[in-house]
Write a protein that binds this ligand. Structure first.
Ligand code: NOJ
Length: 756
């Protein structure tokens, strides 16, 4: 007991010494820490280990086993229980029938909406709209909270530069800055300003860290990421989430440079706690502590528990190595009670912050109804802003409904309320989905004949039996809209692909429809960037819709018929062929950068040409060096022109703030949104830096002919990077800056950072 009290005291002191808070916050924090310390001092070892244990719910049941474990204080959190009566009963047992009455964390994967489903996170990222993303998370939090959920396992902020990886769907794409901005927006949306307010839920930034770099895009695969790359790319979004006040983090399943994240002291201790001062807690991933022995980093469950707890994993998800071994490890003196107290304190802090001790129960009648009109409107707006127009030959789109006599709607994903929702939709309700077919019919009314032919049973079907009917419908129509892509099961956890073409015979379906001679508009719904090189010349327009969620249909119809121009931009590069992967805009220059001057396609190299008579460059002989569509790309129904880029001062002091500005003009005839993007390159640095890095973006609306001077404010911090000695530095020297509508923006200026 004495030891416990002393360890608490030391722990509290260290917290007081390391936090820099305003006076008001400080006293609030101090009060919170007092409550944590008081409770900790009353807890037995078994009760502490209980708080560190998370179990799966029992599908709405309160089993005897669960109830007696709760009474004994053996469970700190339950995941996957969303029956609100059951949740309230579980809370009641924990609060009223256990010795210390500690309430439960109820965790759930609320990844992109709850009952109302938003576009997949990768689609949300295409909106480049943090305000809207925040609203979506807020809406999801309210819906989830009405079921008793007080903790979501989101946002997933794993930078991913590999579209083969199924979980790219859950991520916010390839860019650390975009990830940071949107991830922080999600944290704010879930958590609000005060976690104790009903309807807010604790967020969980995952998967710490490096998961998105799994080799060959195979899920759970090894990652090898040099430390400066880890810090400059993969850790950045997590730092942004911690700065935004994220309550919890989840450890990645993956092996990082030889030490699985779940046992990785460098990540969990040095970076997260020591450098960033994180005060919340880290949960393992599902059984990832047990899996340490499968990785081969520990010999058995006891060693695995030791490795995880020593690294700083506060809570174990789904398995029981902590419950089974922590007491023994303490008795053997292999871990100290200080460590356990630290782990438990992190968990209690979040429970106190959530106000669970004051009110552990959920009364759904105090929260907005699920899928209410406002929620559906948020889902519709998010879907709308996520749509990326990739091709639009001869202004095929928008379709003029007034001039259409008939429209052929074809394809396996035109009218599938389930598939349009995407991966991770435990609580989504397909019966609420508004499909594209319905929305098109509604938009066109009785006057236009809509002829629907599914043509393929699923996106994977190989049969071409339905094609003839589809082609007949196409021939009889004025235009053809074909809905293709991937079913939701083809992306998400464990669902990686090595070939990222449209599956099944979908490319052949397009080729067949092409024969009709009618304009063919392809709408692709998918959980990842696909290689579309084989269809892009076969279609007149190509709209990428991700998995757009409950309100995908009306959003797509709005864009097809020009109610609203498309405005999404790609959050991840679309490769030409899968062999280019990883291909991303923020690559390094290499010593032999590719260029039109040094690249010759293999078809153009003469037979037996001498090896060294051709250009030297970093390219593929068969695929060149450019992707099909670059990061940040997306067309509109109007044209935006950029000009007059300038920096507020050509020489900038090392601690001065400055602006980069340009004029953007709507040069077309339709009012539309544009996502204006700022990229910067550090020309010479202590470690090689990317050829371009996104440093800012703004979505703005311009009327035809209207122009706006867009200004981005930066400081030297925004130009900082981790150098050779792994410290964050900003170096004097020259920088290029571009402002434009994609990562291939060519309007450039140069500025210099100087020690004044
Ligand atoms: C495993 C996944 O990796 C993680 O993201 C998820 O939150 C947990 N399972 C819980 O469902």
């Amino acid at each position: 007991m004495k030891q416990q009290a002393a360890s608490c005291l030391i722990y509290l002191l260290s917290i007081f010494m390391s936090t820099e808070l305003t006076a008001g916050n400080q006293s609030q924090e101090a009060a919170l820490e007092r409550r944590v310390a008081e409770l900790l001092a009353r807890m037995t070892v078994a009760e502490k280990i209980g708080q560190m244990s998370q179990v799966n719910g029992a599908d709405g049941a309160v089993t005897d086993e669960l109830a007696s474990a709760l009474r004994a204080g053996k469970i700190g959190s339950i995941l996957n229980e969303v029956n609100v009566d059951t949740v309230n009963e579980l809370q009641r047992i924990a609060v009223e029938e256990s010795r210390l009455g500690i309430p439960l964390l109820i965790g759930r994967d609320v990844i992109h909406g709850f009952r109302t489903v938003l576009p997949i996170p990768l689609g949300q990222a295409a909106s480049f709209n943090p305000g809207l993303v925040e609203k979506g998370a807020r809406m999801a939090a309210l819906e989830a909270a009405s079921r008793g959920v007080n903790w979501t396992f989101a946002p997933m902020i794993d930078v991913s530069r590999d579209p083969r990886w199924g979980r790219i769907a859950e991520s916010l794409g390839e860019d650390p800055y975009l990830h940071g901005v949107l991830g922080a927006a999600m944290v704010r949306g879930f958590q609000g300003d005060d976690l104790a307010v009903p309807g807010t839920i604790a967020a969980c930034a995952k998967h710490f860290a490096g998961y998105g770099a799994s080799e060959s895009g195979r899920d759970y695969n090894t990652t090898n990421i040099p430390e400066h790359e880890l810090r400059n790319v993969y850790l950045r979004p997590f730092k942004a989430a911690v700065d935004a006040g994220v309550a919890t983090l989840m450890a990645s399943f993956s092996d990082l440079n030889g030490v699985p994240a779940t046992a990785n002291e460098f990540l969990m201790r040095q970076v997260l706690r020591d450098e960033w001062g994180f005060q919340g807690f880290v949960v393992s991933d599902w059984a990832s502590i047990e899996q340490l022995s499968v990785h081969g980093i520990t010999a058995n469950d006891r060693e695995a528990a030791l490795a995880a707890v020593t690294a700083g994993i506060n809570m174990e998800m789904a398995t029981t190595t902590y419950a089974d071994h922590v007491t023994g490890l303490l008795e053997e003196g292999r871990i100290d009670m200080t460590l356990i107290d630290e782990m438990v304190a992190g968990i209690l802090r979040v429970k106190f912050a959530l106000g669970l001790f004051e009110n552990p129960y959920t009364d759904p009648s105090t929260l907005p109804a699920m899928a209410n009109a406002e929620h559906l409107a948020i889902a519709r707006e998010t879907a709308l802003q996520s749509l990326v127009l990739l091709e639009n030959r001869d202004r095929t789109l928008p379709l003029d409904a007034g001039k259409l006599g008939s429209l052929a709607v074809i394809g396996p994903l035109a009218d599938d309320p389930y598939e349009q929702l995407g991966t991770w939709i435990f609580d989504g309700d397909p019966s609420l989905s508004q499909t594209p077919l319905n929305a098109i019919r509604q938009h066109l009314g009785e006057r236009v004949e809509v002829n629907y032919v599914k043509a393929m049973e699923t996106s994977r079907s190989r049969s071409t039996e339905g094609f003839e009917k589809a082609v007949r419908a196409a021939r009889a129509a004025d235009a053809v809209v074909v809905f293709l892509g991937e079913e939701s099961i083809l992306s998400g956890e464990t669902h990686s692909r090595a070939d990222i073409n449209l599956p099944g015979s979908q490319a052949e379906l397009i080729a067949a429809l092409r024969e009709s001679g009618k304009p063919v508009i392809a709408v692709v719904m998918a959980g990842r960037p696909l290689t579309l090189g084989n269809i892009v010349d076969q279609v007149d327009a190509l709209l990428f819709a991700w998995h757009p969620g409950t309100m995908g249909g009306p959003a797509i119809a709005d864009v097809l018929f020009g109610v609203e121009p498309p405005s999404g931009k790609l959050p991840a590069t679309f490769p030409l062929v899968v062999g280019q992967v990883p291909i991303y805009y923020a690559h390094k220059n290499t010593g032999r950068p590719p260029s039109p001057e040094n690249f010759t396609h293999m078809d153009d190299i003469p037979v037996r040409a001498p090896q060294y008579s051709w250009g030297f460059g970093s390219f593929h002989l068969d695929a060149g060096y450019k992707p099909l569509y670059e990061f940040g790309y997306g067309l509109s129904y109007t044209r935006f022109e950029y000009s007059d880029i300038e920096v507020s001062h050509a020489e900038i002091g090392m601690d001065e703030r400055f602006t980069v500005q340009a004029v953007v003009r709507n040069a077309g005839d339709v009012a539309a949104d544009e996502v204006v993007q700022l990229y910067v390159r550090d020309l010479v640095a202590n470690v090689t830096r990317p050829v371009k890095e996104l440093k800012g973006f703004q979505r703005l609306r311009l009327k035809p002919g209207e122009e706006s001077r867009v200004s981005f404010e930066l400081g030297p911090d925004d130009l900082a990077f981790y150098g050779r000695d792994m410290t964050l530095i900003t170096e004097p020297g020259e920088f290029d800056a571009w402002i434009g509508g994609s990562s291939e923006a060519d309007l450039r200026t140069r500025f210099r950072l100087v020690r004044k």
